[in-house]
Design a protein around this ligand. Structure first.
Ligand code: XMP
Length: 516
């Protein structure tokens, strides 16, 4: 039985990378909690009941320490005798609190920078005289009181790193948590193990227990509902909620008919075995009717989105569930600007929330602090089948946005068959691992061909395969010609309605990954 985890608390000042800090710490086998920046020292002491708090990190953030409403900390936190590491905004804030000189820099430093390590001690132990780091700051620390010493500088930043001479207080102007800081991992490791003396006593497996416990605590003896799309996030959230709630959970799978071949069956097979209330809404006809005559891509998305909500609401009302569980993950939330002091980048459909009419007591989001690859690890630990663990990201409206023009039964079938061939060939040839997505698009163009000895007139299908890290940008994949050839031959042979196959060679930007 695990006692208390050694824990690093991260104070959140709204920086884009705040949760990445938490994640990096977890990667070292040390537990980490992200807390609002205005936590008091008494609240931190109270956390000691649950965790062995061994150190604090103050994250970066978009503010300037000079703004009148700039986020601050309870200054007694620096007196708690806990090691503290300030990063970027955190670095400037500590300097300002101890009455150092912090001023706007002449030039804003943004991106990769070279930093001179003048004293490789403490957090900087083992580093070279010159290190590549990633910075993004307007304010700069120019001087510190006598009880501090500077450890590093850049051309425009005289105090790029510092430490207190007798207490374990450090500041780094750069971001060790992002991969562009070449030895960032070493810096965090130095802080976690050498400065804070943490023991790596936390495992990913422990997270499952924690999430299950949280769902139980939130929902108690009440009932909950979840929309299960078959994507990895909602599947993992369903599997966790199933452990926590059993038959007090209703999972709703809305089968709108635009899933890829074999997917509805995989979802059914997996979740029918769970001891939950599993509802499949077979609403393919209903969706098809609503979409009759709809050609405009945005209208198509809207019709599907609305109908989806309607179906879900109907079932939710019948189920009488008081709680809604969602598989929202961390990147979904950060883009929606959900935290104090962070900027809104874009709204995400998960966060906007599914049902609009139904009142739930609470929306429970067990995966809210995890990244996609962490969710995949949890999925594997939960023994979810590989079709679900390895599923490519798939748009909510499904194949409907990969069929240009009006949707008909015939066209949906053509899209499903051609997509299945691409999937099979890419996976069989070991290319899947390096691709973000690979699929076909059924265009609204027809072309002449020759099949056997006769003229044929059929659909033009485009193959799309993209490499990407997070879908904000993407490159078309340089699939070897022999594999493209095999795909093309198979599609035209096995799907008689198709006479021509083309390959999409456009990056994002200027294109998007999906065609609609
Ligand atoms: P685009 O086409 O904008 O797509 O380059 C970027 C990524 O988002 C996926 N996508 C969606 N995902 N609901 C989703 O959950 C949607 O409506 C949706 N539309 C696009 C797309 O597959 C790609 O991975």
């Amino acid at each position: 039985m695990q006692t208390k985890y050694d824990t690093i608390i991260v104070l959140d000042f709204g920086g884009q990378y705040c949760h990445l800090i938490g994640r990096r710490i977890r990667e070292h086998g040390v537990y980490s909690e992200i807390v609002p920046h205005d936590i008091t020292s008494d609240e931190i002491k109270a956390l000691q009941e649950k965790f062995n708090v061994k150190g604090l990190i103050l994250s970066g953030g978009p503010s300037s320490v000079y703004e009148p409403n700039a986020p601050r900390i309870d200054p007694t936190i620096l007196e708690m005798n806990l090691p503290v590491l300030g990063l970027c905004y955190g670095h400037q804030l500590i300097a300002q609190i101890v009455k150092g000189k912090v001023k706007p820099a002449e030039h804003r430093e943004y991106g990769i920078a070279e930093v001179n390590i003048d004293k490789p001690v403490g957090v900087l132990n083992g580093l070279s005289p010159k290190e590549t780091v990633w910075m993004s700051h307007g304010d700069t620390v120019f001087a510190l009181p006598a009880e501090f010493e500077a450890l590093a500088h850049t051309e425009s930043c005289p105090v790029a790193a510092y430490r207190h001479k007798t207490k374990a207080i450090y500041g780094l102007q750069w971001h060790p948590e992002v991969v562009h800081t070449k030895n960032g991992e070493r810096m965090l490791r130095n802080f976690i193990f050498d400065v804070c003396k943490c023991e790596a006593n936390w495992k990913m497996e422990d997270l499952i227990g924690k999430m299950v416990k949280e769902i139980k605590a939130d929902v108690g003896e009440a009932t909950a509902i979840i929309g299960l799309s078959g994507g990895i996030d909602s599947s993992v959230a369903t599997a966790l909620a199933a452990q926590a709630l059993g038959d007090k959970l209703t999972a709703v799978f809305v089968d709108h008919g635009f899933m890829r071949e074999g997917e509805p069956e995989a979802i059914r097979d997996t979740f029918q075995k769970f001891e939950i209330n599993f509802v499949i809404a077979n609403v393919q006809k209903r969706f098809m009717e609503k979409l009759k005559g709809v050609v405009d891509p945005e209208k198509k998305r809207k019709v599907i989105g609305e109908e989806f909500i309607r179906v879900f609401e109907e079932i939710a009302e019948k189920s009488d569930a008081q709680y809604l569980i969602q598989g929202t993950i961390y990147p979904d939330r950060i883009e929606s600007g959900f935290r104090k002091n962070s900027d809104v980048i874009k709204s995400h459909h998960n966060v906007a929330g599914l049902p609009s009419k139904i009142k739930f007591k609470k929306i429970v989001e067990p995966l809210r602090d995890l990244y996609k690859d962490e969710v995949r690890k949890v999925a594997k630990m939960l023994d979810l089948p590989k079709e679900i663990v390895n599923r490519q990201p798939f748009p909510g409206p499904g194949l409907a946005v990969r069929i240009i023009g009006e949707l008909t039964e015939e066209r949906v079938q053509v899209a499903k068959k051609t997509d299945a061939i691409v999937r099979e060939e890419i996976e069989k040839n070991g290319l899947a691992e390096n691709l973000w997505q690979y699929f076909t698009v059924l265009t609204d163009t027809k072309a002449t061909g020759v099949k056997g000895d006769s003229r044929a007139y059929g659909y033009v299908v485009a193959v799309r395969a993209a490499e990407s890290r997070e879908a904000m940008t993407a490159n078309f994949a340089q699939i070897p010609y022999p594999i493209l050839e095999k795909i093309s031959t198979r599609i035209t042979n096995e799907v008689p309605e198709v006479t021509r196959v083309v390959y999409d060679i456009t990056h994002k930007p200027p294109a998007t990954i999906e065609w609609e």
